[in-house]
Design a protein around this ligand. Structure first.
Ligand code: NAG
Length: 173
């Protein structure tokens, strides 16, 4: 086998191994793993949906004061249910800066510590029953003023999910 063919063989084998492994190990009935923090994509071994998401994340206010709390509702646009979710808040002007603020009071789920300056900076499910609505609170960081965007991945079932759907913007002033 030439070096280049050997390389291809190794890459293919590794790719196949990772794909199978991801499918088996990282289907996550008990919540998204920290691994999903970066691209918010479930490691289900299939591609995300590219259609408009049938689920939305709705903030209770369009404007809050620094350090205060709002409530988010995760729900279908019209009907249907989701089994899994991952929500993260970003400074809309600096999304690459990573998660901001903290989540609490999740009606059906748990916080997740994604890499970032605070803990509890993401929220995810704890079990994979059908959910028609989840509410959770998000508290803005003290001393942050700007515009916040919530991104939510909704998982309808293992093969059907929408990645990093965007909420309406919230002003923190
Ligand atoms: C959640 O946030 C709302 C404000 O949107 C507040 O009134 C409520 O007390 C909070 N719930 C908990 C359990 O902290």
């Amino acid at each position: 086998m030439s070096a280049s063919n050997l390389f291809k063989y190794v890459c293919l084998s590794l790719g196949l191994y990772l794909a199978l492994n991801a499918n088996i190990v990282h289907g996550s009935p008990t919540g998204a793993p920290r691994l999903a923090c970066g691209d918010m994509t479930p490691q289900h071994g299939v591609d995300p949906q590219t259609s408009a998401s049938p689920f939305v994340t709705t903030p209770s206010s369009t404007s809050i004061t620094q350090g205060s709390t709002l409530t988010l509702t995760l729900a279908p646009v019209s009907s249907g249910a989701f089994r899994g979710f991952l929500v993260i808040a970003f400074d809309n002007a600096n999304q690459a800066g990573g998660p901001i603020g903290t989540f609490s009071a999740i009606s059906n789920g748990q916080t997740l510590d994604c890499p970032g300056v605070t803990t509890m900076n993401a929220a995810t499910h704890t079990e994979n029953s059908d959910k028609s609505s989840v509410t959770l609170n998000w508290t803005a960081p003290a001393g942050f003023a700007g515009t916040v965007l919530f991104k939510t991945t909704f998982v309808q079932d293992a093969a059907t999910f929408w990645v990093a759907t965007q909420s309406t913007l919230v002003t923190v002033a």
